[in-house]
Design a protein around this ligand. Sequence first.
Ligand SMILES: CCN[C@H]1CN(CCOC)S(=O)(=O)c2sc(S(N)(=O)=O)cc21
Ligand SMILES: [Zn+2]
Length: 238
Amino acid sequence: SHAWGYGPYNGPETWEKGFPVANGPRQSPINIIPNQALYERSLKPLKLKYDPSNSSSILNNGHSFQVDYVDDENTSTLTAGPISGIYRLKQFHFHWGASDDRGSEHTVKGFMFPCELHLVHWNTKYPSFGEAASQPDGLAVVGVFLKGKQYIFENFDPKTLLPVSLDYWTYDGSLTTPPLLESVTWIVLKEPICVSPAQMAQFRSLHFNAEGEAPCCMVDNYRPPQPLKGRVVRSSFK
Ligand SMILES: CCN[C@H]1CN(CCOC)S(=O)(=O)c2sc(S(N)(=O)=O)cc21
Ligand SMILES: [Zn+2]
């Protein structure tokens, strides 16, 4: 079977063939309707602790580009928020559009941002990332919207990718790419961060395919919103 992707013949509408869970009860992304979210004051603030020295590599995996982290210690972790226990940062990556009118995976009242960052963490109650990825409480992904504006990065560690406010929406969902595992507690931050048009142009200059082949720009690598199927989205803020 041909590999999954985002094109007309292997895109999100075809994924159910290889991955029947595509029509499962807790698929991601979703459209977030803020005034239908349930404020829960018992939801704790997120605690994100990142050690920049844990970053190990950056690679184009043919679907996005991702920065991988060394995850054999609790030095870059997500705790509190809607989760219990300690989740370790495994990698972060992005999804974006061919133009600024689309690209994010989650939408807010139908609004699409040009880009969305995903910080992927796994539950250390399981022996490994791979094991955690198949458990209903195995992963926690922090989603951050990106919008257009001039934005300078002073130095580079995941903290600099986070907005001032860590107010968030949370719901039980899945990977947004195959294998679409329904193992993700989604934590979507309300406040976007800013990137410049030049930075978005850099994203759009990446390619889906390998060097030497006819270049195919890596754009529109997002899955559209999936049915809520009765799930409740909770918010950490009023
Ligand atoms: C291109 C492949 N993407 C997936 C690879 N991984 C799954 C590994 O299965 C054992 S993963 O856990 O690193 C994640 S998180 C994620 S999203 N967009 O929901 O945040 C997609 C993937
Ligand atoms: Zn993602």
